[in-house]
Design a protein. Structure first.
Lengths: 291, 135
């Protein structure tokens, strides 16, 4: 079936070996080798002197993209609401933090942002002034041609106050500069025990998950998906996330955009392990997408 | 390239100022996948050869600038980047003797996208290493 879904990889997947056995060039080469066409970087991981970004670094970035045949798919950044101990960022400070990243993302060629918001409780409810600073940044997002997408990640579920509030905001503002990034952790069906986490891996407490069909009415707000995976087996199957159903649903409903492989499983610090897992995941996506 | 351990073996030496050994220093890397605004760094505890170092004797050197712990909390526009180790300076007149020393470090930082009661959970970890000092 015809579709416009593209394959990408998040440089985050390699975070445990970044700077130890792989640099950004190595990561881009690895992504290129999978046949993926898009890359996600995290601003304050992969831009070496962040928040400073020189013209020379920007030139080099564009040359790398050309060399490795990749396009900028998503730019991860944060509104660090607890920047100062004992208080939350004001609306004005939050907008300034957003604008700094809009400018950088724009120079690097990114149009979709994974905008991570500070949270105030265990179900990851965003800070109380999120509407004010997102609304205050919509004009800037338009100016710099970027779309802010909070990441919908477990333990958040789709049938929740948070999603309701985001959708209500998008509809009320009638904006295309704020949308959603769906992280497939929210669809996990298998038990964490199948993943084989080690004692040093951070695991959230057990939580509720969403059904894939719940995504359908939200797809028009989704600009990007984090194709989260925790473990790919030797037969190129993800052991706890129902990929076949997810991808079939996206194709059937004509969703367009990047599926960004994001490895968050065990042994990520072992040389070559994340690279191998990403390759397995990309083989699975290629099979399910038909390209 | 970095060593995968938090405490790096490169950079461990006595600190000389105006021909006087005023202390010693060692490098640590950020055990986190993204850089931190300096004000996100919330605490540090150090032991050398089993003995705790007083907070007022510790300074952070980040991108070539020295900061006391108290100064970090106000700096929200400079980052400790992922690929750039921080040099930890400890004031102790005369520094350390030539030979092996046990270094222990525990530092904490805030992460706003975690629930408030887990604010510093991603920074948990007590890092230990035995390092050889020449001079």
């Amino acid at each position: 079936m015809e579709h416009k879904i593209k394959r990408g990889v998040s440089a985050y997947s390699y975070n445990k070996v970044f700077g130890v056995s792989m640099d950004l060039d190595d990561i881009m080469q690895d992504i290129c080798d999978t046949g993926a066409t898009g890359i996600e970087i995290l601003a304050n991981s992969h831009i070496v002197k962040y928040p400073d970004v020189t013209d020379a670094w920007i030139d080099d970035w564009h040359q790398k993209l050309t060399h490795f045949k990749l396009e900028p798919a998503e730019y991860g950044h944060w509104v660090e609401s607890r920047l100062y101990k004992g208080r939350e960022l004001t609306t004005k400070e939050s907008i300034a933090m957003l604008e700094r990243d809009f400018k950088t993302a724009n120079k690097l060629g990114f149009k979709v942002l994974r905008t991570k918001l500070g949270v105030i409780d265990d179900t990851l409810t965003p800070v109380s002034n999120w509407r004010e600073f997102i609304k205050g940044a919509l004009g800037l997002a338009e100016k710099y041609d970027v779309r802010m997408c909070p990441e919908i990640h477990s333990p958040t579920i789709l049938d929740s106050r948070m999603i309701h509030d985001y959708v209500e905001f998008i509809e009320k503002e009638n904006t295309e500069f704020f949308g959603l990034n769906i992280d497939f952790s929210i669809f996990q069906t298998g038990d964490n025990a199948l993943v084989g986490f080690g004692e040093n891996d951070f695991l959230g407490p057990p939580c509720e998950h969403s059904k894939v069909e719940e995504l359908v009415p939200l797809l028009k707000y989704v600009y990007c998906c984090h194709a989260k995976f925790l473990r790919m087996d030797e037969n190129f199957r993800e052991v706890v996330i129902p990929y076949e159903e997810i991808i079939q649903t996206l194709i059937k409903h004509n969703w367009e955009g990047y599926l960004i492989s994001e490895y968050e499983g065990a042994k990520a610090e072992v040389t070559g392990h994340a690279s191998d897992q990403v390759k397995r995941h990309q083989i699975m996506l290629k099979n399910l997408l038909g390209k | 390239m970095l060593e995968k351990e938090c405490i790096q073996s490169r950079g461990f030496k006595n600190t000389v100022v105006d021909q006087e050994v005023v202390g010693f220093q060692f490098d640590i890397r950020l055990m986190y996948y993204r850089g931190l605004w300096l004000s996100q760094i919330r605490s540090i505890h150090i032991k050398v050869d089993g003995e705790a170092v007083r907070l007022e004797d510790i300074s952070w050197e980040i991108n070539g600038k020295l900061y006391k712990q108290d100064e970090l909390k106000e700096i929200g526009d400079i980052q400790w980047n992922v690929l750039e180790p921080a040099s930890i300076h400890v004031n102790v007149l005369g520094g350390l003797t030539t030979g092996y020393h046990d270094i222990e470090v525990d530092y904490r930082f805030s992460s706003s996208y975690m629930p408030p009661n887990m604010d510093e959970v991603l920074s948990y970890g007590n890092h230990k290493r035995k390092l050889l000092l020449v001079s």
